[in-house]
Ligand binder design. Sequence first.
Ligand code: TYC
Length: 102
Amino acid sequence: MATRKQDDLVLEAKKSAVKPPPLFKVMILNDDYTPMDFVVVVLQKFFSMNREQATRVMLKVHREGVGVCGVFPRDVAATKVEHVCAYARSHQHPLACVMEEN
Ligand code: TYC
């Protein structure tokens, strides 16, 4: 905000009334049927990971049950979830992909 005090322009910091938009984690879940190679391809195709990053995330999910693929604004996260689920279904794999507020 700008105010004038005795001809000097004073710039004052003003707290913003608007909150930054929420971010959402996109996660994949482990299952017993989706092939490991397919999960690696999904992570490379939809989350721009290289083969090494994708393999690390896939193995973490395989061992721990869930893993984060990325963090995005709501609409981007929702689109990723839809695309991953549609791609998995089109290959008859049960891979689950979900989003959760960060
Ligand atoms: N557990 C699967 C297997 O042994 C591999 C897998 C990893 C599946 C990650 C899903 O999100 C997943 N073939």
